[in-house]
Write a protein that binds this ligand. Structure first.
Ligand SMILES: NC(=O)c1ccc[n+]([C@@H]2O[C@H](COP(=O)([O-])OP(=O)(O)OC[C@H]3O[C@@H](n4cnc5c(N)ncnc54)[C@H](O)[C@@H]3O)[C@@H](O)[C@H]2O)c1
Ligand SMILES: [Zn+2]
Length: 436
């Protein structure tokens, strides 16, 4: 059985062989699917100035550890909002892979300040944390567990509207219905998923992305690539999401590696490309690459590092393509992706092989390892990574169980058993071939 995640349509995995056989969730007594994006999206260099046009009384800006301050974007945002006549308070110090504790602290600060605008600025981490703070601010009785009920949030915007300004080119959380929060007591990332937390306004200003260090460009870029590929083969894909996913892929394969190597025009285009990928996956949902990334990311934190989200996706995506390609519809769709990428192949099997080879080459070009065994604590390839083999094998069963339960698994084109998920995770550890 598939878990129905949303008003977005989901095909039964076992029915994906015949296109068009849908399992549509009855919605308010009617049959419908939903496609939701922010009401406004300001884009292009200097788009940050859109903040000057906002109307409201109090804006709370949520930021991370300091990059937005260091590069002057925080001061600019404050001055634009003041110019718009608003009182401004800053909640800073949101850590990468934000915790439930941080969410609760931020919500308390909001309860004191009573903002009518929440302005989240930075990478996926501060924006995601601010989304969860927003829920708690609007509904103080809500627990983190309540928030994690997929597509089960109450109506927001009774107290504040939400604007997201992304400074990394990957998560696209500025346009998505998702927020990823880590429960460090369990060592697990939980996705909060609901169109209620799709921001009201997104600002996609490439100036903010130009300050990213190389490694961040690589990881966030492969996150965006994974979003597009997973959205395109998701069982919830539709006519509205397909063109976004395909165009994002076309842009990413052209611009990601040059952006990594310092081409700033390519860097600017990548900021749009990742956003298109976000529009696609927010409505088509994702697949098991993300389920596995969510459940391995913090699983070895006691050994001194995280497997960074984008790097995890980059390593697991080629393996999952091989696994999913056993589903005939997914195989055909990977073939279409390969065609748009201009890859050689006489039939879909050859195209799938070419796609896998291309993705692996991208990892090489971006200095991302191919497997967990070779993933160093600094995220670079090395002989023996930070996750010891013995520890991985001790934990792999539980990780597999958790990955299957992840909200992203329901829309994957092929539903793995726990045993298959364990085997897949082992392939991702050792970089062995997926032949099942
Ligand atoms: N909500 C979604 O739809 C979604 C999708 C994918 C991933 N995620 C989540 O997002 C998080 C990752 O977000 P991220 O990859 O954007 O990174 P991040 O927000 O965790 O930031 C990583 C580091 O980059 C720095 N940084 C950010 N922007 C910078 C810039 N322009 N210049 C210099 N330094 C900068 C930050 O200060 C931080 O130290 C993970 O928790 C992941 O699970 C969310
Ligand atoms: Zn992602």
């Amino acid at each position: 059985m598939v878990i129905i995640l949303s008003a977005a349509r989901l095909k039964e995995p076992e029915e994906t062989g015949s296109e068009g056989s849908l399992n549509i969730k009855p919605f308010g007594g009617m049959i419908m699917a939903r496609f939701t994006l922010p009401r406004d999206l300001y884009h292009g260099k200097g788009a940050l100035e859109a903040l000057k046009t906002f109307t409201g009384k109090r804006a709370m800006i949520c930021v991370g550890g300091g990059s937005m301050k260091r590069f002057g974007f925080l001061d600019r945002a404050i001055s634009y909002l003041k110019e718009a006549g608003m009182e401004v308070e800053v909640f800073e110090g949101i850590e990468p892979d934000p915790s439930v504790d941080t969410v609760m602290r931020g919500a308390e600060a909001m309860a004191k300040f009573q903002p009518d605008w929440i302005i989240a600025m930075g990478g996926g981490s501060p924006i995601d944390a601010a989304k969860a703070m927003w829920i708690k601010y609007e509904y103080p009785q809500t627990t983190f567990e309540d928030m994690c009920k997929v597509f089960g949030l109450p109506k927001l915007r009774t107290k504040a509207h939400f604007c997201a300004i992304s400074s990394t080119s990957g998560t696209a959380t500025e346009v998505t219905a998702f927020s990823i929060i880590t429960d460090y007591t369990k060592g697990i990332k939980f996705p909060i998923a609901d169109f209620e937390i799709t921001p009201d306004v997104a600002i996609v200003d490439p100036d903010l992305a130009e300050t990213m260090p190389k490694k961040l460009v690589a990881h966030t870029g492969m996150d965006a690539m994974t979003h597009s590929v997973e959205a395109y083969v998701s069982t919830a894909n539709c006519d509205f999401t397909d063109p976004l996913a395909i165009h994002a892929i076309e842009m990413i394969i052209k611009d990601l590696v040059p952006s990594y190597n310092g081409d700033m025009a390519a860097r600017d285009r990548m900021h749009n490309a990742q956003c298109l990928a976000g529009m696609a996956f927010s409505n088509a949902l994702l697949g098991i690459v993300h389920s596995m990334a969510h459940k391995t990311g913090a699983a070895f934190a006691d050994y001194g590092a995280h497997i960074i989200h984008g790097a995890a996706n980059a390593m697991y995506l080629p393996k999952v393509v091989a696994f999913n390609a056993k589903d005939p519809v997914a195989k055909k769709r990977y073939g279409v992706i390969a065609d748009y990428m201009g890859l050689e192949g006489k039939n879909d099997d050859e195209k799938v092989a070419a796609l896998i080879a291309y993705l692996r080459k991208m990892n090489d070009d971006l200095n991302i390892p191919h497997c967990i065994k070779n993933y160093g604590a600094d995220s670079y390839p090395c002989e023996q990574g930070f996750v010891p083999e013995k520890v991985f094998l001790e934990r792999v069963h539980d990780i597999a169980v958790n990955a299957i339960a992840d909200a992203c698994t329901g829309s994957n084109p092929r539903q793995p058993s726990v045993e298959e998920m364990e085997k897949l995770l082992k392939c991702c550890y050792y970089d062995t071939e997926v032949d099942f």
